[in-house]
Write a protein that binds this ligand. Structure first.
Ligand code: F6P
Length: 350
């Protein structure tokens, strides 16, 4: 088969035995995935491996859909958003139900290991597969930065920069119209993006799932700012933030949290408010320099882990060291926001 062309395994197929490594990107995309694929591919080739990229994440691994990756295909992609391999969200039960196919495909391709680049769900599946005996190595990525055992995940710093740029732009229009501008950012069940972007922008309030929201205090602060002559405010809210029951009518989150906030702030303060939902803009486009180098270092480490026979481990960042941690440690839940960091941002609220 030509390098770069797509392929699909059929029963009975077996690629001739050579030193071979697989790589895939699973779950939501984020900036920096291509930089990681490039690092894994080029370094593996330098060490004498042939590289197989599974298409569309774990789906490709289950279905035996892949393409050979080479130096040419992975050149000039370090600055490209998205993933050249495609990705998909797959539930752990789906992979478990097809684990026989997964093992067969890895065996037929003669893979020494599969490098799985993913967030919490994908890495927890990687951990389960590893427990069943599949040789896997993990690389943490997600704009949410909620993966335990690593200080940062690939994509997070880019998302923070995009959110900060948005907040800076909202500030000038807030000021012109004397409005309260609310920016809703992603982050799933954590407020990492909200905290770091809000801190960088000097936001007047940052609402995150980790800290209970006091609506009365918030409205008092916004009104107080207005009366003291600061006639605009910037509020950043993480998508997973829960609001007190009386504000949502007790029916969970029927609308985006920022929309509820906008309504409540207008009703209770009389201040004109507007909402911006940043959405998937946070996940698209060029990765910032930090994410490119983090992805490169984690990619190199992942290949080294394969070489060292440390399957079942994840490449991770601790302080300024790239280290390895057992994937099974991720079972202990998600990484929530460092409250010390949040309280430093809080000093400048209002
Ligand atoms: O995990 C990354 C993330 O972007 C979250 O911040 C967000 O809640 C979710 O994925 C959105 O998922 P989807 O792209 O499936 O809408």
């Amino acid at each position: 088969m030509e390098d770069g062309a797509e392929a699909a395994l059929k029963g009975g197929d077996k690629l001739e035995t050579r030193k071979r490594i697989g790589v895939l990107t699973g779950g939501g995309d984020c900036p920096g995935l291509n930089a990681a694929i490039r690092a894994v591919t080029k370094y593996s080739i330098q060490l004498g491996y042939e590289v197989i990229g599974f298409l569309d994440g774990l789906t490709g691994l289950m279905e035996g859909r892949y393409r050979h990756l080479d130096y040419v295909m992975t050149s000039g992609i370090i600055d490209k958003g998205g993933t050249i391999l495609g990705t998909s969200g797959v539930a752990p039960q789906q992979v478990e139900a097809r684990s026989t196919d997964v093992f067969r495909n890895v065996e037929m391709l003669g893979l020494q290991a599969v490098v799985i680049i993913g967030g919490n769900t994908t890495l927890s599946i990687a951990s389960r597969l590893s427990g069943m005996g599949l040789p896997v190595v993990g690389i943490p990525k997600t704009i949410d930065n909620d993966v335990k055992e690593t200080d940062y995940t690939i994509g997070f710093q880019t998302a923070v920069q995009i959110a900060t740029d948005a907040l800076d732009r909202l500030r000038s229009t807030a000021e012109s119209h004397n409005r309260v501008m609310i920016l809703e950012v992603m982050g799933r069940d954590t407020g990492w993006i909200a905290t770091c972007a809000g801190m960088a922008n000097g936001a007047d309030a940052i609402l995150i799932p980790e800290v209970p929201v006091d609506i009365q205090e918030l409205c008092k602060m916004l009104r107080g700012r207005y009366e003291s002559g600061k006639r605009f405010s910037i509020v950043v809210v993480a998508e997973g933030t829960g609001l007190p029951v009386e504000t949502t009518g007790g029916c969970g989150r029927p609308e985006a949290v920022s929309k509820t906030l906008e309504r409540i702030i207008q009703e209770r303060t009389g201040l004109e408010s507007r909402t911006t939902l940043l959405g998937h803009v946070q996940r698209g486009g060029t990765p910032v320099a930090y994410d490119r180098s983090l992805a490169t270092s984690l990619g190199v480490k992942a290949v080294r882990l394969v070489e060292e026979g440390k399957q079942g481990h994840m490449a991770a960042l601790k302080g300024n060291q790239i280290v390895s941690v057992p994937l099974e440690r991720l079972a202990e839940g998600i990484k929530t926001v460092d409250l010390g960091l949040y309280h430093n941002a809080e000093i400048f609220f209002g």
